[in-house]
Design a protein around this ligand. Structure first.
Ligand code: C2E
Ligand code: CA
Ligand code: CA
Ligand code: CA
Length: 277
């Protein structure tokens, strides 16, 4: 920072300064985002690959800032992780999900489960499990209705400390999904230790299914392995009917992607999926 203030240094070109300032702006604004009601959730359906019936949905956070506009999660989540703001965002997301789920269940909209994303950084909080447990307890939802999505990289990094946390979640009744499977470390050996229920195949494989025969082999192998371990498989990023057909042939259980539906507001989701009374 000292270098930036000293005009004698020419180390920073304007692009770097712009990026730097944008990050600072986002981080400052991010601290207020929840209190100022700028955050909201979209939900993306996950449907049975054969019947297309809804089997669950994933909650995805959105940030609508009055002057910065819609900031994509791919941009602000890393900043939230670095700055620690993700701790508050994570709690807010889960609370919001439980409130929404309670509302839907009270209205007899039969939503099987909702998945929430957990960042690696959140695993560093010593009170992670108890805070999540308490948030759910404060609502009429049960842990069985919540799926915790963790990425391979966040979970495989520090297996000794993550494993007991996952077991605690399981014993409370939460479901656990491994997100972006195949993209990161792919430490297959851990698959037998992890108390997981669902494996989500990364969209990079799904998107190459039609063009790349190697992706077909890899995807088929992942699905067979998951089934052998009694896990359900969700394919992410399904955008075309060719991809869907291919996944059906491989006996993929659940699909999620723009072909089915994009992430959307609760109201829109209700009008598309709730065969109202
Ligand atoms: P993710 O968990 O892998 O979420 C799936 C992303 O794929 C979402 O992007 C979703 O909108 C997008 N997507 C869904 N269907 C398709 C498709 O057919 N094609 C393509 N190309 N993309 C599709 P989104 O909402 O922009 O989120 C990006 C990432 O931000 C998420 O990746 C997740 O890592 C993170 N994120 C989002 N919400 C949260 C949250 O509440 N907490 C945490 N910790 N991370 C979150
Ligand atoms: Ca996810
Ligand atoms: Ca994913
Ligand atoms: Ca409504």
């Amino acid at each position: 920072e000292a270098k930036l203030q000293n005009s004698g240094y020419q180390l920073f070109n304007s692009d770097i300064i712009d990026t730097f300032n944008r990050k600072l702006d986002l981080e400052n604004e991010l601290r207020w985002a929840i209190a100022r009601n700028q955050m909201f959730l979209h939900y993306q359906p996950q449907v049975n690959a054969e019947s297309c019936r809804m089997e669950g949905m994933e909650a995805l956070v959105r940030w609508n800032h009055p002057t910065l506009g819609q900031v994509p999660p791919g941009e602000f989540i890393p900043i939230a992780e670095e700055s620690g703001i993700i701790m508050d965002i994570g709690k807010w997301v889960l609370k919001e999900v439980c409130v929404q789920l309670s509302r839907w269940l009270a209205d007899s909209f039969d939503v099987p489960s909702i998945a929430v994303n957990l960042s690696a950084r959140q695993f560093m909080a010593p009170d992670l499990v108890s805070s999540i447990r308490d948030i759910v307890r404060g609502t009429s939802c049960s842990p069985q209705q919540i799926v915790i999505e963790i990425t391979e990289s966040s979970s495989m990094n520090d297996i000794e400390s993550v494993l007991p946390i996952l077991h605690e979640f399981k014993s409370l009744g939460f479901q656990i999904a491994i997100d972006d499977f195949g993209k990161g470390y792919s430490a297959l050996g851990y698959m037998k230790q992890f108390p997981i229920d669902i494996l989500k195949i990364d969209k990079s494989f799904v998107q190459e299914l039609i063009s790349d025969s190697k992706s077909v082999v890899i995807t088929k192998t992942i699905i067979d392995m998951a089934h052998g371990l009694n896990l359900k498989v969700i394919a992410e990023g399904v955008e075309t009917t060719d991809q869907l057909d291919c996944l059906r042939k491989m006996a993929c259980d659940i699909v999620q992607g723009y072909l089915i539906d994009p992430p959307m507001s609760p109201d829109r989701l209700e009008s598309r999926y709730w065969i109202g009374v």
